[in-house]
Design a protein around this ligand. Structure first.
Ligand SMILES: Cc1cc2nc3c(=O)[nH]c(=O)nc-3n(C[C@H](O)[C@H](O)[C@H](O)COP(=O)(O)OP(=O)(O)OC[C@H]3O[C@@H](n4cnc5c(N)ncnc54)[C@H](O)[C@@H]3O)c2cc1C
Length: 466
């Protein structure tokens, strides 16, 4: 195998970076030679959707390149069931330990359990060092030793817990790297993905945003809720794939005493909170955390043609409600959507169209580059009112007043709904009031919000009375 002394495997998963990577550091400290691998797992790849598959392949290409730049031979990408591939490689390279960053999602935990069992049978240890979170799920407990149910209390404990120091940098040339001959060959991604995916672009974009005077961190507190300003960090994709670790981000924020820095750190705490909730309640992937919500009547698109048509209109951004349509079209065009708009479109699907949140969550997971089972399912449950510390169900977003409040000049709507680009500000938030003939084919509203709001509250009565 071309190495002197014992080999350690670094099995990369959701930590596709070299900097501040405790699992990689641990492999380097352990082995006299390190074999960096990634396993393309059909169980994850098939349901991921094209958007995330493309991102993954571009990110692997970038990591392969980064490893070569650090004096290595590249990343060995393998394909198959990790419970077969990882023990096979571990045996072939006579490793004593395989190093990973711990996974806390339901599938990842059970996969790692199986891999660890198989390795143990061969006398090899699966070593978990670090996690994709600032504070790993299961760490924080309330005074009764239980997991937190409410974000406010979690956030206080999270802040008191503090953040570890970043892992030491890897000295280029100091590591002996290995490579598997029979690995998957990676194709170069298209130019756009090549310029976005991976640790280098993620770090540059973050640093740029952090120090930018216009719509960067300095303006985050004031503008983060306005999609037209595009003033949020766009960190979610980098955090999802581990191009950046939240600890790196929090360290960069630590010296800044601004309200904006505190507001951003608080959002990162939400990410940790939802990961913690899913760790405690793995059934939340598909079941409402508040069980009474499973009694709520919804319109099933698989059985009702009207519901199927409405779901399609929502997916295509053709509901006739401009902010909803702008958001859904941004999702299809960019694989990303602004948080305020995610809340509005989710509320519209659940409370104006009466379609179960899981249908929307599935569509999001198929189309979001940052699609993450914990963040996605629990944010959907938050909007649906059935999650932990969720928005009360009876608080129903009005898609028109939300647009007037958060996209007052309609710059976001005009960008993603070209039919409305030239419409006057007087009508653009409710184009059905415009004089006939100015809509450029933009649809009439598929439902009347005031009517559906009442319908939603009637359906909610079933839950409330339980
Ligand atoms: C229905 C719905 C589905 C969502 N699905 C996902 C998902 O699959 N993956 C995902 O990463 N986020 C999801 N979010 C949360 C949030 O919308 C995105 O994290 C955010 O829009 C990403 O943009 P940003 O990085 O510019 O955010 P910023 O405002 O700059 O926030 C910085 C970071 O804080 C975290 N954060 C911000 N808001 C939230 C939140 N509400 N919940 C948890 N973490 C948050 C993210 O990691 C984000 O990158 C969802 C929200 C809703 C309402």
């Amino acid at each position: 195998m071309g190495s002197e002394g014992h080999v350690a495997i670094w099995w990369a998963r959701r930590d596709l970076r070299l900097a501040d990577n405790p699992a990689l550091r641990s492999a380097i400290d352990d082995g006299e030679a390190v074999l960096p691998i990634f396993v393309l797992d059909p169980q994850l790849l098939v349901p991921a959707g094209q958007v995330r598959r493309d991102w993954l392949m571009a990110a692997l290409y970038a990591l392969d390149r980064d490893l070569r730049s650090a004096g290595g031979l590249g990343l060995s990408v393998m394909s198959g069931n990790p419970a077969v591939v990882v023990p096979y490689l571990a045996k072939a390279y006579e490793v004593q330990r395989v190093h990973i960053s711990a996974d806390f999602g339901p599938y990842g935990r059970s996969r790692d359990h199986h891999v660890a069992e198989k390795l143990r049978a061969q006398g090899i240890e699966l070593v978990r060092t670090g996690s994709p979170y600032a504070v790993a799920p299961g760490t924080l407990k309330n005074d009764s030793g239980r997991a937190f149910q409410v974000f406010g209390a979690f956030h206080r404990a999270w802040r008191a817990h503090g953040i570890r120091e970043p892992a030491p940098e890897i000295a280029a040339g100091a590591v002996q790297w290995l490579q598997v001959d029979d690995r998957v060959r990676l194709d170069a991604p298209n130019e756009t993905l090549d310029s976005l995916a991976g640790e280098g672009p993620a770090r540059a974009a973050w640093r740029n945003w952090l120090h930018s005077d216009s719509n960067g961190l300095a303006e985050y507190g004031r503008l983060h809720d306005f999609p037209g300003a595009d003033a949020t960090s766009h960190l979610s994709i980098a955090l999802r794939w581990g191009h950046l670790h939240p600890r790196t981000v929090l360290h960069d924020l630590a010296g800044l005493r601004s309200k904006s820095a505190a507001a951003l750190a608080r959002q990162i705490a939400w990410r940790d909170f939802f990961a913690d909730v899913l760790f405690q309640r793995p059934d939340a992937v598909g079941e409402p955390i508040r069980p009474e919500f499973s009694k709520m009547p919804t319109d099933d698109p698989q059985r009702l043609e009207t519901a199927a048509q409405r779901l399609r209109a929502w997916q295509d951004g053709k509901t006739g409600y401009p902010l909803v349509d702008a958001g859904m079209r941004q999702l299809l065009a960019e694989g990303w959507m602004h948080n305020r708009v995610r809340m509005v479109v989710a509320s519209f699907l659940i409370k104006d169209l009466h379609i179960g949140w899981w249908h929307g969550a599935r569509w999001f997971m198929e189309h979001l580059r940052d699609g993450d089972i914990a963040q996605n399912q629990l944010n959907w449950q938050w909007v649906a009112g059935c999650g932990t510390d969720a928005a009360p169900y009876f608080r129903i977003f009005n898609p028109t007043t939300q647009a007037e409040k958060f996209d007052p000049d309609a710059s976001y709507i005009r960008l993603y709904v070209p039919e409305l680009a030239e419409m006057s500000i007087e009508h653009v938030h409710h184009p059905w009031t415009a004089p006939q003939g100015t809509l450029n084919g933009y649809p009439e509203p598929i439902v009347v919000h005031a009517v559906e709001r009442k319908e939603a509250l009637d359906r909610y009565a079933v839950v409330k009375d339980l």
